[in-house]
Design a protein around this ligand. Sequence first.
Ligand code: ADP
Ligand code: MG
Length: 350
Amino acid sequence: MNFKKALIVCLIPAFVISGCGKTTKEEANNTTNQETLAQVSGQGTGQDTEKTESSGTEASSDDESQDAEVSRDLFAMDTYMTLTAYGEHAQEAVDKAAERVEALDALLSTGDENSEVAQINQNGGGTLSEDTEYLVKRALDIYQSTNGAFDISIYPVMQLWGFTTGDFAVPSKEDLAAKLALVDAGRISLTEDNGQTSIALPEGMEIDLGGIAKGYTSSQIMQIYQDCGVTSGLVNLGGNVQALGCKTDGSKWKVAIQSPDDTEGYLGILEIENQAVITSGGYERYFEEDGVTYHHIIDPTTGYPADSGLISVTIVSDDGTLADGLSTSLFIMGEEKAAEFWREHKDEFD
Ligand code: ADP
Ligand code: MG
């Protein structure tokens, strides 16, 4: 078996990050009522993201002091999520964020036939809501900048492999070629009329925003927290983390990057402030047939699960949507092309 690597890419150079009051080791190690580690985990096995039960919701505190924590668990977007905020506005912020998550899930879920994305797929197009317009435009930008590695029109191929239903099967070469012929996000057309944007898909094409939806969702949650007057908070969407500000003791958030092949171990611990840490890996959702593992991140040039030699890619950025799109894309590209991508684009991210 090939030795596979995990790649961690920071889109914002470390020296740009500043502002947390206390960052010394002793202070960071102090235990407070906050989690000292937001663990990037819950994705260590294929099964984790397949669960369908809701873990319910709960608020852990209604204390109104500055450090008071409010934390709520929910299941949406096929993922267990934890929303955490601190301070006197925390309860309102977490409740509004949970509502927003559910609204975005209802809008973007390809599996819900009433969602906006499912309707677009059924009808070959339609008018776009503000969220979907933003996401489609970001997705098309990422498609361009990654030379097509990130392609939201991959959905018919995802369906063929059974990743959308759990009815997994390795497709025949003919079936794969037929579906692959429908994949090319460059053929998606967007038109504007009276401030309203519409999308039109070529015959047979279907889209899926799953490769960036969670990063957008975590960015939106950060915005809601800020609008509610919260200055410290964290969201964990199935191992994808985004932080607002610092911990209430002034130290940075610590995010442990779980080792993909060792559920006990960590690849390292990142210290972040106002950033998202988003990981894509072939170990998150997969099935096995005849001893071969097939995962859910598809290389649009082959229609097969990307086999670039990377086992996971973690992106650190203040833009959650970009981090999510690029974690998927750079995983497909492999180490060399990913490094080249980073060299060519690093100025765009500052
Ligand atoms: P996850 O959502 O499981 O955390 P990713 O962010 O890497 O992981 O997204 C994987 C999802 O992206 C797949 O489930 C599928 O919906 C979609 N996808 C798969 N391959 C591609 C691709 N080449 N371009 C864009 N989206 C993709
Ligand atoms: Mg992604």
